[in-house]
Design a protein around this ligand. Structure first.
Ligand code: PLP
Length: 389
């Protein structure tokens, strides 16, 4: 067999490999605290589970329109109005199975040999993987610890050239927990106004997970560039629904029909019953979301303080998402060696910073989507393990 050459360019998400290794160790009787995978540990809220169960019983077993059930697209438009302050046409919303398809479609739409796509590094690994898959050139937007892992807008704008087709922004960010504030976004947007050929993919999957009074700033809220912004968001992180596979994309008018054709060529539509559950998630009580948010906030502070107590570690306070990204260069170990040591010897699953791009060397990602008890125990194990090496 001879798979197409581009298949060899596909990367992966190491968090899934760490998860598989952690499961294998558990099956051998080891106790593993899994802070590797980016999935909330809470159950999906009961009202949402019940809505999904009822939808199946009531016969939601069939294809829906490719863009999604109209009441769900309308609910998403309402959500965009209340969270981003922008009135959008529900016909420009496309419901997809998770956050990833919107990313996949946007990069397929703009990526080809000769094109350049800007993406955050360290960042969600699928950005670079998908860009390479299309034959386009990935151009990293460097995120640095000194600035709380926000980008330097002038540096980003200086990377835009005649070959640039798409820029990917992610706020709040995986794996750093960094957030783009309004001043940074203002500067980025005023520069992007000079480059009308560049589309913007704004990955806002963690938009409801912000702390310390930070506001969510979406490029969509700027009228001057709105007609070329694609927004990616969904239910996975906010409603603890990672395994349901439900996400939404908001597409510019000029792109929605192409996006729909990509959907028809791949998924047809998102699962019908899951879409009904998605309506309940958006329209039902938001109290479970607030409870999860408060728990993440408390865990964030506990984990970051504990990580800063480990010799050789130093961790800036993340402002969003549910990840801490400590600098471990003081230990003298590489990120990958540390990931392996902690998993195999301490029974703590984390992800090496290099899984998020080469600029992640010297860092380790801890997800704090786990109980306070497990977070404290994990840090104790790490500390004890490092004393023995
Ligand atoms: C930044 C970012 N974007 C997109 C996704 C994909 O989300 P989903 O699991 O809904 O496909 C993730 C998941 O970890 C993520 O961290």
């Amino acid at each position: 067999m001879k798979p197409a050459a581009r298949i060899a360019d596909l990367g992966t998400e190491s968090a899934f490999q760490v998860l598989a290794r952690a499961r294998r160790l558990e099956s051998e009787g080891r106790n593993i605290i899994n802070l590797g995978i980016g999935a909330p540990d809470f159950r999906t809220p009961d009202n949402v589970v019940e809505a999904g169960r009822r939808a199946l019983a009531e016969g939601h077993h069939f294809y829906t329109p490719a863009r999604g059930m109209p009441p769900l697209c309308a609910a998403v438009a309402d959500e965009i109005r209340s969270t981003r302050g922008v009135d959008v046409n529900p016909d420009h919303v496309m419901i997809v199975p998770g956050g990833k398809p919107t990313l996949f479609f946007a990069v397929l739409m703009f990526g080809e040999p000769g094109a350049e796509i800007l993406y955050p590094n360290p960042g969600f690994p699928i950005y670079e993987s998908m860009i390479r898959f299309t034959g386009a050139t990935p151009v990293p937007i460097e995120l640095r610890e000194e600035s709380g892992f926000a980008c330097d807008p002038d540096e980003v704008l200086a990377k835009i050239g005649p070959k640039t087709r798409l820029i990917i922004l992610n706020t709040p960010a995986n794996p750093t927990g960094g957030v783009l504030d309004r001043a940074t976004m203002d500067r980025l947007v005023s520069g992007l106004e000079e480059h009308p050929q560049v589309a913007i993919l704004s990955d806002e999957i963690y938009s409801r997970l912000l702390y310390d009074g930070m506001e969510h700033v979406s490029p969509l809220s700027y009228p001057s560039i709105r007609d070329r912004v694609i927004v990616l968001d969904g239910w996975s992180k906010t409603y603890s629904m990672t395994g349901w596979r439900l996400g939404w994309g908001l597409w510019p008018e000029a792109l929605i029909e192409d996006a729909e054709r990509l959907q028809i060529n791949s998924n047809s539509c998102a699962s019908a019953a899951v879409q009904v559950a998605g309506i309940e998630a958006l329209k039902g009580s938001q109290e479970p979301v607030e409870r999860m948010h408060a728990a993440f906030d408390e865990r964030r502070k506990v984990l970051v303080e504990a990580l800063n107590g480990i010799p050789g570690f130093s961790c800036v306070m993340p402002k969003g998402a549910f990840y801490a990204f400590p600098n471990i260069t003081g230990t003298g170990m590489s990120s990958k060696a540390m990931e392996t040591l902690l998993l195999e010897e301490a029974g703590v699953a984390t992800v090496a910073g290099t899984a998020f791009g080469e600029l992640g060397e010297g860092f380790l990602r801890f997800s704090y989507a786990d109980s306070l008890e497990n977070l404290r125990e994990a840090v104790e194990r790490v500390q004890a393990c490092l004393q023995t090496v």
